[in-house]
Each structure stands twice: as structure tokens, then as C-alpha cells.
Design a protein around this ligand. Structure first.
Ligand SMILES: [Zn+2]
Length: 398
């Protein structure tokens, strides 16, 4: 039996006026996805435990069958794994954003203008992060440059609990209320500012009308998560297809392989067809394939109603349809789970912790249920502990 999970990130939503009181899942034309719920079943699953944030990392950990309350250690260690950093037990990995701050002389009086420094280019960012690493790094503090504004700091021997704030949560706010009381982190934030403020890269950016990368912002820390092997747990060899570092990192810690698909961008211009092709190819020597598609979440964050509907239709036409039809024609025994990780409601532009609709078609199912959407799912089986969904899908127990 082959097991396929298709995850539409942030796909679930609330009814909205501009769609006539319906949700994107209600109005999208998605015959293959509806068929999975119709012939199989659908229900709601709560992917985010009450006391954890509704992040994609937490929710995807649940969908992959791991209890976030036991295994979630933070966001940065997942990103570290995806760029090939092997953390030791003594290491703590931190997310480092390059950010734009307002122009006051006193660092504390500045305001967070942009958590992404105008989505600074990777090449410019590398020069800045390398400079910071040379000046502020040492035997126990290592900086690693990543993509655009997203970078890493690994602190060997950090053994304290530090309370840090994501920069995207404080846009337009004075930073002084959110600066860390940990001396080392605080000093790193202040001292890097003096390296960056007059840096030639920033002078060029300002000349070109772009925001300068005035400071780093440190957050999202955690130790290496100790996930038990997915293959040992389910006796299935598996792979993960995603454009997103967090999801690739989860795959690595779970002992799953990961496939980098050309043209997988994480937005609505992603190469949906290439993801389906990669999934089908992977199924020739894997029993489990997890296809993560970021596009609906991006549309939710950008309040793009039409694009969110379109993203769902593209997942149906370009991913679910070819996989479902190809496997059916080749008489392959397969089961398919389609789900969201969390809602990203268009009315809010951010994640919520509401339960999300899932649909399961198991080989041979021939039921007569409703379409896949939030309201039909309410009448189906409710799974209140998200990591049990995969047990239910694969082993039929929960
Ligand atoms: Zn997500």
C-alpha cells in the first residue's frame, strides 16, 4: 500500500462576505479533492495544542504524527537542519532576521519598520552576516547566512530560558519593550547595529530607495528536537516534498528523505506539476510521500481572496488529479490524506488554532459522503489530538 499526504498550508478559512458568506474551500472548483471526501470521508482535526503557537512547524509536526507537546523545541533548529547544520546537544539555534529600524540615535528608542529589511537579497545579506560573524562570532557563537532576511545563530553552551519576540509581531512598535533581558543577546543586538548602520551595502540600498538592514533581530530559538524515526514507527519508507525550510527540517529529524523540486517557490507561481511528478516518481521506491504546498497560506497572509481560491483549484488540478489518476490507472493500491495544517483566514491575514478539515480516501472506499469543506467536516469524525490523524490514516486506529 502506498500512502500519500497532500497538505495545503493555511487552506482552511472562515466564511467571508466577498465570497457570499462562503469559504475558499466552498467556492473552489476541486472535483478530485471533493471525490476523496465523497468516496472516503472527512472530518476535523485539531493540529495545534492549546498552549503552543499556531505555527506551521507545530501543525506540520502534528500531521507527520509527532506530538508537538513532546517534540517541538522551536523553529530555528528545523531551519538549521534544512541548511545542513548538525546541532550538538549543547547547541541552541536562533533565527536571525535582518530588519529595518527607524532612525533615532538611541537604539532603544527605535521602531521596527520591516522584519525583512525590504526582503533584502541573499547576496547582500551574506556580506552583512559574514561581517557580523567575523566581528561578533567566537568559539561558541557562530553565525550562518541563509536566504534573503532569514539567517541563523548557533550558541554552544546556552543553557538558559530566554524570552524572545518574533519581529513580525512588532511591526510599527517601539523595540524597547521587546529587547531581551539576556545580556549576551542584548549586546549582540546593539553591537551589530554599529556594524550595519554605516555599512556600504546599506548606503547603496538607501541610494536605490530600499530600506537598509539596520540590525539583526534574534528569536525563534530551540535545541535539536529528538524525533523517533518515522520508518521505525510506521514501518514505511518515506519522503517529503516542500519548498519550505521548516518542513524540510522536520523531514530530516524524522529520518525521512527530502526532495528539492525545481521551481518550488512556496507561492502561487510554484511548479505544482513538478511536485506531482516528483511525488509519483518517489512512490516507485517509497511507501509514504508527504507533499507540502505553501501557496494557500501565502495568499491568506496577503489577503488575496481570488488567489487563495485559485491556489486550491491548482492543488486539485495539478497535484491531486495526476497522482490519483496515475495510481488508479496503474492499479496501484494507495490511500490519500488531504488536509490543511492550520487556517490562515483571509479576514485576519494570520494563522489561527481552529481545527482544520481533513479528507481520507483509503484504497477501495466507495462511500457517498459530502464535499471537502469546513462545514461538511464538522459533521465527520473529530480528532482532537492532531498527531493521531496519521495513526488513523495509516493504521485506522486513533
Ligand atoms: Zn502553515
Amino acid at each position: 500500500m502506498k500512502y500519500i499526504v497532500i497538505l495545503g498550508d493555511g487552506m482552511a478559512d472562515y466564511p467571508i462576505d466577498s465570497l457570499g458568506g462562503k469559504t475558499p474551500l466552498d467556492v473552489a472548483f476541486k472535483p478530485y479533492l471533493d471525490n476523496i471526501a465523497h468516496k472516503g470521508m472527512c472530518g476535523l482535526v485539531k493540529t495545534v495544542p492549546d498552549n503552543l503557537p499556531p505555527g506551521s512547524d507545530v501543525a506540520n509536526l502534528s500531521i507527520m504524527g509527532y506530538d508537538p507537546l513532546l517534540y517541538y523545541t522551536g523553529r530555528s533548529p528545523l531551519e538549521a537542519a534544512s541548511i545542513g547544520i548538525d546541532l550538538s546537544a549543547e547547541d541552541t539555534s536562533f533565527r536571525v532576521n535582518l530588519v529595518s529600524l527607524s532612525g533615532e540615535d538611541d537604539y532603544q528608542n527605535k521602531t521596527m519598520l520591516d522584519y525583512s529589511a525590504d526582503e533584502i537579497s541573499t547576496a547582500e545579506a551574506k556580506i552583512l552576516i559574514d561581517e557580523i560573524g567575523r566581528t561578533l562570532g567566537n568559539d561558541f557563537l557562530h553565525f550562518y547566512s541563509g536566504i534573503s532576511y532569514r539567517h541563523l545563530l548557533v550558541w554552544n553552551g546556552c543553557d538558559t530560558d530566554i524570552n524572545l519576540t518574533p519581529p513580525h509581531d512588532i511591526t510599527g512598535k517601539h523595540i524597547k519593550n521587546y529587547l531581551s533581558d539576556n545580556t549576551l543577546i542584548y549586546d549582540l543586538m546593539i553591537n551589530n547595529y554599529y556594524i550595519l548602520k554605516d555599512h556600504k551595502i546599506n548606503a547603496i540600498r538607501k541610494k536605490n530607495g530600499l530600506k537598509s538592514a539596520d540590525s539583526i533581530w534574534i528569536w525563534g530559538q530551540g535545541k535539536k528536537p529528538l524525533l523517533n524515526s518515522f520508518t521505525d514507527k510506521y514501518s514505511l519508507k518515506g519522503t517529503v516534498i516542500s519548498a519550505v525550510d521548516l518542513i524540510k527540517g522536520l523531514a530530516i529529524y524524522a529520518g525521512l528523505s527530502k526532495i528539492d523540486v525545481e521551481g518550488a517557490t512556496g507561492n502561487i507561481n510554484t511548479n505544482f506539476t513538478a511536485k506531482a511528478d516528483a511525488a509519483l516518481k518517489a512512490l516507485s521506491d517509497n511507501d509514504f510521500v508527504f507533499v507540502h504546498i505553501e501557496a494557500p497560506d501565502e495568499c491568506g497572509h496577503r489577503f488575496e481572496v481570488e488567489n487563495k481560491v485559485k491556489a486550491i483549484e491548482l492543488i486539485d488540478e495539478k497535484v491531486i488529479k495526476p497522482i490519483f489518476e496515475t495510481l488508479t490507472k496503474s492499479n496501484t493500491k494507495f490511500s490519500m490524506l488531504v488536509t490543511a495544517d492550520h487556517p490562515t483566514p483571509l479576514s485576519l491575514g494570520t494563522h489561527t488554532r481552529d481545527a482544520v478539515p481533513y479528507a481520507i480516501y483509503r484504497h477501495g472506499d466507495n462511500n457517498n459522503n459530502g464535499a471537502y469543506n469546513e462545514s461538511n467536516a464538522k459533521n465527520g469524525k473529530y480528532i482532537d489530538v492532531g498527531h493521531k490523524l496519521l495513526d488513523y490514516f495509516i493504521r485506522k486506529d486513533v
